[in-house]
Ligand binder design. Structure first.
Ligand SMILES: NC(=O)C1=CN([C@@H]2O[C@H](COP(=O)(O)OP(=O)(O)OC[C@H]3O[C@@H](n4cnc5c(N)ncnc54)[C@H](O)[C@@H]3O)[C@@H](O)[C@H]2O)C=CC1
Ligand SMILES: O=C(O)C1=N[C@H](C(=O)O)C[C@H](O)C1
Length: 239
């Protein structure tokens, strides 16, 4: 497959390595550090799919450009979901294909699945306080992480009394606390903790490297061409 990489930072480089190891060709790299190549130069004749991992402020413009230029796009950038309904509408209008996941790791998507199961059971039996914690490297620009927000949404689906999340350990009864820590080069750790006066229960995912994210993004890029609409990891993994 011919892959266009948009963003050539930590993730772009990890994805390039995965794509090449799976026999794909990287036909272009779009990044402000490489101004000689522009996204406007690419359409379906030049690339089968684009993979976008950039920055919260850049992602929506890149996704829009891909959809307008007829390129299926796999986006992993976090922190831009306030624009997601516009991206969805554009994908529909153009008959295009957009794949989005706050986290492409297969392990994290299993974590999302178990998180919802556990939340439903814990709410049914009651008696526990629930809290989400995410730990990432000090270079991360968005907070809370996109993954933590997906985890929080999964919990709140089963806790109707939790009306919103709050990025602070101090939570009112109608709030779900998401605690963010930035620690050295930590790749990405997410923990859901349930605490009662007599015991505690934790669901934890810890990424040891970026390889799992990159592998999932390339799997999504292999799957997306030929599909029309907006998709996520549940479609890819059948979860
Ligand atoms: N969904 C997932 O599984 C994962 C998502 N992420 C997200 O991916 C994004 C990127 O993460 P990293 O690679 O670690 O960041 P990074 O800071 O290492 O790299 C970002 C790259 O994007 C480039 N860039 C900035 N604006 C651009 C634009 N308009 N067009 C093209 N390139 C542009 C920067 O020059 C930089 O090279 C973040 O939003 C992060 O939260 C990161 C890991 C996994
Ligand atoms: O910025 C990162 O590094 C990561 N971002 C994603 C997020 O915000 O959830 C996914 C992963 O945790 C790494």
């Amino acid at each position: 497959m011919k892959i266009l990489l948009i963003g050539y930072g930590k993730m772009g480089q990890a994805i390039e390595a995965q794509a090449i190891s799976r026999g794909h060709q990287v036909v272009g790299i779009i990044d402000p550090a490489r101004p000689e190549t522009q996204l406007s130069q690419f359409g379906p004749a030049e690339a089968d799919v684009a993979i976008e991992f950039t920055h919260p402020d850049a992602a929506f413009e890149n996704v829009k450009a891909c959809l307008q230029q007829g390129l299926p796009v796999v986006c992993g950038s976090t922190g831009w979901l306030h624009h997601f309904s516009e991206a969805r509408a554009l994908a529909q209008e153009k008959g295009g294909a957009l794949f989005y996941a706050s986290n492409y790791s297969v392990g994290v998507n299993l974590f999302f699945h178990f998180n919802e199961y556990i939340a439903a059971k814990m709410h049914q039996f009651g008696g526990y306080d629930v809290q989400v914690r995410e730990i990432h490297h000090v270079h991360k620009v968005d907070q809370p992480s996109g993954t933590a927000l997906t985890v929080a949404e999964g919990i709140m689906r089963h806790y109707p009394e939790k009306k919103r999340w709050r990025n602070d350990p101090a939570q009112a009864p109608e709030e779900l606390a998401i605690i963010s820590e930035r620690l050295a080069e930590t790749v990405g750790t997410h923990v859901v903790t349930y605490t009662s006066p007599v015991d505690g229960l934790e669901l934890k995912h810890e990424a040891y490297s970026r390889e799992g994210f990159a592998h999932g993004a390339v799997l999504a890029a292999e799957w997306l061409p030929g599909h029309k609409g907006v998709f996520g990891m549940k479609d890819l993994l059948g979860l």
